[in-house]
Design a protein around this ligand. Sequence first.
Ligand SMILES: [Zn+2]
Length: 133
Amino acid sequence: MMLKKEGAIINGANAHLWAELLVNQTEIPSLQVLENLLKVAALLQKYKDTLFKGAPVTITSGWRSFNYNKKIGGAPQSYHVKGMALDFTVSGISPAEVQKILDPVHKGGLEYAPTWTHIDIRPENTRWLKPQS
Ligand SMILES: [Zn+2]
């Protein structure tokens, strides 16, 4: 994984843009946050390439500054603030299906949100908002 001049993370043919990882943000993340973002983005890239068979992934929330997270009513201890969490959708695969695919393999946090999937790289395995049926 390396950085291109335009700011894209290049990893094979499928690249996640910094713009996606920093969606809606106006502040500069710390180096620690950037390192965390690279880790969680690499993990999502791996899921995309293998489990999602390369289907396009859209990141709907990546890093959130403390102020932004507060403004949108995010949990104060949100892993998004640490750059350790991503919310995303996968083109052609419903969130429920994505969550079913990830449940047995993902180490960390996995939220069964109705219209997106949240993953984070906290040390322990956690699942919340269990599937509707
Ligand atoms: Zn989230």
